[in-house]
Ligand binder design. Sequence first.
Ligand SMILES: [Zn+2]
Length: 271
Amino acid sequence: MGAATVGQVYRIGWAMLKPEGGGKYSLGSVTATTVALQAGDLAAGVSDNLAQSGAMVNMSTSYSLSFEDKMKKHPSTGDLWALEIIESLQLGSTGTMMVPAVYVRDARGMTADFPSRAWYTGCTQCKKQLDAIGATDRRCYICPDHGENKGKQVYGGQLLLADPSHKKEFAVWEETLRRLTKEFLGHDDLDKADVMDDLVRVLRVAEVCVRVGVGHRKNGMVSFDLFDITPQVTAEGCLAVYRATSHALFDGSPGVSQPAARMSWLTRSGS
Ligand SMILES: [Zn+2]
């Protein structure tokens, strides 16, 4: 079906949509299935007769949500230790967790040779870091999975976060890095030399509130998507600290103690 161009449509007869749980569907067919490519007026006719685009349901698994969509997801509040538990127990459900009162202890690039860079040379197919082989003038790059590859600049870094409960390292990618430098350094130039060092310098003294998307990989491991890092002193950040307080200062108030908040998250995401 790769040969179709924008404006053309496929009409598929005798297809079956089977719910697989978790908002996912599998699309199957029987031997009598017909597939017809339609172009021009016929294609336009089909498109015009579809439901309102806003009312249509996208059946594709959404692998990467936009930042705005991620921010709309209701977060649970917890600490870094809760994330550690989720990872070690490989809890199966997905969710978003807001972790207040966090410090960034370290920020560095993905390559050991250039820790202050916000990019590395990655495979054009899978983004994996390439091994450089040969002298500078006749250097070639090798991907462990795809062999020789000319490579491209991939933006990414590692952030070491710490709160009173734990220390944990997270990978961050281009979109988050740009937002981070914009928020804390006032620019979004990720090619700037030593940009990761600059980030450490400003973030070490800032108390921040982070949001982490929790998902799972095909191999059953938990994946973390650190997508938002904002200064703690926002209405939402302060409120998150209040909700996550581990002190029994607010007995009888609607404040939720940290163990209780953690339990409710585990209960909701467990089983
Ligand atoms: Zn590759």
